[in-house]
Design a protein around this ligand. Structure first.
Ligand code: IPM
Ligand code: MG
Length: 394
């Protein structure tokens, strides 16, 4: 083939296609159906990732996948099965069992390996969704119905997800930690062999960056409030650092209201007044927790998309898990996955296509004719995808 012909047949985007585990396959098929109907000019590169590869090869994120990803524009991801270390070991192929392999979630691995520092998780109540919180009858002080429209910015590479953990506690780690006198009581009480340690390491750069991302997004989209979620009254050093970084960044955005709430308190406030919040920013673990709460307010994980964003690369994934009991049954709601595809289109600057897709999703939800079981309907994953594809392409 001449170079000219080759260029002519090359797609505009190369997208790493990672269904992962369980219903990841069902919802990715739904995404493909819609993207094809939208005529996105993309080549989809199948990439192996997930539980199967942990069991067979002792690595849920094989090196060949990492290599393939590096040659793509971005990645689209279905869902992953994660299990605690003891169960993970049991399911390894017999010849791998005594190799001392340690299971680490491949999606967490991807976020760190590709420095996808920002996890953006929009949660919006689409009118007509029977699963919306309080039937979407949430009113402002003037008695008007108001939608829930929140976007969580979750720091995606640090904190308790950093993977710096010990059990039992090695002596040198104990000795080093004894620089803090509070540490001593643990040895007397339990003995090092009975102590587990998971660290929460946060950097000024990481904290500042996630706050900047949140404020920049608020500015770009005309949102008026950014709320930091932390717990600095107890987690004095990490929480304190995040709080200072947040306040410093906020100074550059005088038109945006910047406030903060403790993680426990915001769970209560969000339950009472979800309409009050707009952009939320948090470190990794608090962001994980609060983003499920936000998802619950707009119908559950079937409606919660997410984008793992780095400087030059991104991986898009629905917030939901692999729901093994529904795998291959085409039963689960594909809307989270399709909203995820919409985030990918935004990132690719295919704005018109992204808008068409979101409008089609909103229309199918509002009409209520084609619904999966969670919404009280009988339609399959692909029925919903087809209905959305129909509106998105007309
Ligand atoms: C999420 C998930 C993951 C996380 C799991 C699957 C490792 O809960 O994306 O929110 O904890 O980040
Ligand atoms: Mg989560």
């Amino acid at each position: 083939m001449k170079l000219v012909d080759k260029v002519a047949t090359m797609a505009k985007y190369k997208i790493a296609w990672m269904p992962g585990d369980g219903v990841g396959h069902d919802v990715m098929e739904a995404a493909r159906l819609v993207l094809d109907r939208l005529k996105l000019d993309a080549e989809y590169v199948p990439c192996e990732i997930g539980w199967e590869f942990w069991c067979k090869e002792g690595n849920a994120l094989p090196d060949r996948t990492v290599k393939a990803l590096k040659e793509t524009t971005c990645g689209l991801f279905g869902a992953i099965t994660s299990k605690p270390q003891s169960e993970a070991k049991e399911e390894l192929a017999p010849e791998l069992k005594d190799k001392g392999l340690v299971y680490f979630s491949p999606i967490v691995g991807l976020r760190q390996m590709f420095n996808l520092h920002t996890n953006m998780r929009p949660c919006k109540s689409y009118p007509g969704n029977p699963l919306n919180y309080r039937g979407n009858k949430i009113t402002n002080p003037s008695g008007e119905d108001v939608p829930i429209d929140q976007v969580v910015f979750r720091e995606n590479t640090e904190g308790m997800y950093g993977g710096v953990e010990f059990f039992p506690l090695p002596e040198p780690v104990y000795t080093a930690l004894c620089a803090n006198p509070k540490m001593k009581k643990w040895k007397d009480k339990a003995g090092l062999e009975n102590i587990a340690l998971s660290t929460r390491i946060m950097s000024r750069q990481g904290c500042t960056n996630i706050c900047k991302q949140a404020f920049e997004f608020a500015k770009k989209t005309g949102r008026k409030r950014v709320t930091l979620i932390e717990k600095p009254n107890v987690l004095r050093e990490t929480g304190g650092l995040m709080m200072r970084c947040f306040k410093d960044v906020a100074k550059n955005y005088p038109d945006i209201r910047a406030d903060d709430a403790n993680i426990d308190a915001i769970c209560m406030w969000m339950f009472k007044n979800p309409q009050d919040y707009s952009v939320l920013v948090a470190e990794n673990m608090f962001g994980d927790i609060v983003s499920d709460l936000c998802a619950g307010l707009v119908g559950g994980l079937g409606f919660a998309p997410s984008a793992n964003l780095g400087d030059n690369y991104a991986v898009f994934e629905p917030t939901h898990g692999s729901a093994p009991k529904y795998a291959g049954q085409y039963k689960v709601n594909p809307i989270a996955m399709l909203l995820t595809a919409k985030l990918m289109l935004d990132w690719l600057k295919e704005t018109e296509m992204a808008t068409r897709l979101e409008s089609a999703i909103a229309r199918v939800i509002a009409e209520g004719k084609v619904r999966t079981y969670d919404m009280g309907g009988k339609a399959s994953t692909l029925d919903v995808a087809k209905a959305i594809a129909e509106y998105a392409s007309s």
